[in-house]
Ligand binder design. Structure first.
Ligand code: GUN
Length: 285
């Protein structure tokens, strides 16, 4: 039986670290500030945004929520982002995705000042990740790295396989593993002989969005298995991309769903907002 990586515990540790540093910043008269924009009524997005606000409160940040109606125009949204770019007490700007269909998320992301882009979605920040010279890490891959670090397993020299090639998870995930000297392979929906590749992974990160897709025969003995999936099984119950019950006896460490990667992402957002506040106030790490 693998050891289960406790995402809630690691997430709490990150938040405690952020809260402590925030207190020190506040003693210098600086309070990190996050603006969260949400457009429309998407229920999942409403929950995410509420959790982000709660997390800000928990670590001692200033936060401001902009809940805009579904009918918001691109111009109105763009104007808000430009205003937030100019406000010194706002260190981080996050526009919750997905946006309603009539709005262009790329246009909004490109307008956010890269120094306030705590999602690390702006092309400048994506490029910075590519060359390994970054201030912000995208929250989900950064959370995965924290979870792998928490196991104490050495990454350098290991074979890592990332399943999924999205801009938000798969691609930056591969870069972060590469920066820590893993030998990285990315697989996707058109990959031939998928199982032959996943079976070579000492570290396997599944980010494909297919419920219980990864089975024991796809996993190397003793692998570290990280499940980024947030899917529903045949009974409508929350599950991951990995068939947990089937795989858990084959690997050394595994993340559960829920309680694995999920709790990490908001904690990493808090980390990025703290970093943003430090950079904007010329405070060295
Ligand atoms: N929607 C789902 N995940 C995310 C995220 O990490 N950032 C933003 N901005 N929107 C999301």
């Amino acid at each position: 039986m693998a050891q289960i990586i406790d995402g809630k515990l690691v997430s709490r540790q990150v938040r405690e670290r952020v809260a402590k540093e925030t207190e020190e910043l506040k003693n210098k008269g600086i309070t990190p500030g996050l603006a969260v924009i949400i457009v429309g009524e998407d229920p999942a997005s409403q929950v995410y945004v509420r959790n982000k606000e709660k997390a800000c409160e928990e670590v001692g940040f200033y936060s401001e929520k902009f809940a805009l109606p579904e009918s918001t125009t691109q111009e109105e949204l763009n104007t808000l982002v430009k205003e937030l770019n100019e406000r010194p007490e706002i260190n981080g700007i996050l526009c919750q995705l997905p946006l309603p269909k009539h709005l262009d998320d790329k246009e909004v992301i490109n307008l956010i000042d890269p120094i306030k882009d705590v999602d690390a979605f702006h092309p400048v920040n994506v490029g910075a990740i590519m060359i390994g010279d970054y201030s912000f890490l995208p929250c989900t891959p950064a959370g995965v790295m924290e979870l792998i670090h928490s196991t104490g397993v050495e990454i350098s020299g290991k074979k890592a396989v990332v399943m999924g090639r999205s801009n938000i998870v798969g691609k930056p995930m591969a870069m972060l593993l590469l920066h820590e000297n893993a030998t990285v392979e990315i697989t996707h929906s058109r990959t031939a002989d998928l199982k032959e590749i996943t079976k070579t992974a000492d570290i396997l990160v599944a980010a494909i969005g297919k419920a219980k897709f990864v089975t024991a025969d796809m996993v190397k003995d003793g692998a570290v298995v990280i499940d980024v999936g947030m899917d529903r099984d045949e009974n409508g119950k929350l599950c991951g991309d990995v068939d947990f019950e089937n795989v858990k006896d084959k690997c050394s460490y595994i993340t559960p769903v829920p309680g694995g990667v999920g709790p990490m992402t908001i904690s990493m957002l808090m980390q990025n907002t703290l970093t943003a506040a430090k950079i904007q106030n010329n405070i060295e790490d």
